[in-house]
Design a protein around this ligand. Structure first.
Ligand code: SF4
Length: 194
């Protein structure tokens, strides 16, 4: 794609409202050959300011869960379904998700991760192209055609959900534990044991 330099989108004005609300395009971070690729929804206020996905409190929750399972943020790749901050932190529209999908597909194909992990309902529904009840399906692994291949997608609640609903913490931690096990990290021996 012309608007991309490697895995980074360098210039794009496909979504007029998001172009007006963003400070910058927030690209994915982490190794270009990571085994785990986390996919969130969209940059928030802090991500827009700092130019990195999942910073701030939800990033702290994610980083902490990774550490608990022997992984550092630098070991994984983290990206979003849309790369520009929606106004007032609203959900991205279907059109905006579709506009940005090509960049995400290119990133998935290039990184070629062993597992994708969706963080929250929006990325799960976007990648699987169906409705998802995330509280019921968190921890499930689903096969989906993404980035030119059939891939395993592990569904997780959003880390921020654990901050306003501590009851979701266990599901989140279990999903990260499962993701770590899938790439041979943490206490769990193999992905197939679950
Ligand atoms: S969200 Fe994606 S498609 Fe829309 S303007 Fe930003 S980079 Fe372009």
């Amino acid at each position: 794609m012309d608007a991309m330099d490697g895995l980074d989108v360098t210039a794009c004005e496909e979504c007029p409202e998001l172009c007006a609300s963003r400070s910058r395009i927030v690209n994915g971070v982490g190794p270009a050959d990571a085994d785990l690729l986390f996919v969130g929804e969209a940059p928030g206020e802090r991500e827009d300011r700092e130019g990195e996905p999942f910073v701030g409190r939800s990033g702290d929750v994610l980083d902490g869960a990774l550490r608990e399972n022997g992984l550092a943020r630098a070991d994984v790749r983290i990206t979003n379904c849309v790369r520009c901050r929606p106004p007032d932190n609203r959900d991205p529209t279907d059109e905006e998700l579709a506009n940005c999908r090509g960049y995400l597909e290119t990133e998935i194909e290039a990184v070629d991760p062993e597992f994708l992990v969706t963080l929250g309902k929006v990325p799960a529904e976007h990648l699987l192209d169906r409705s998802v009840t995330i509280t019921d399906e968190a921890g499930d692994v689903v096969r989906a055609e993404l980035g030119g291949a059939k891939r395993d997608v592990l569904l997780s609640v959003h880390p921020a959900a654990t901050l306003y609903d501590p009851g979701q913490r266990e599901a989140f931690e279990r999903a990260i534990e499962r993701a770590a096990a899938a790439v041979g990290s943490g206490d769990q021996a193999t992905f197939g044991d679950f």
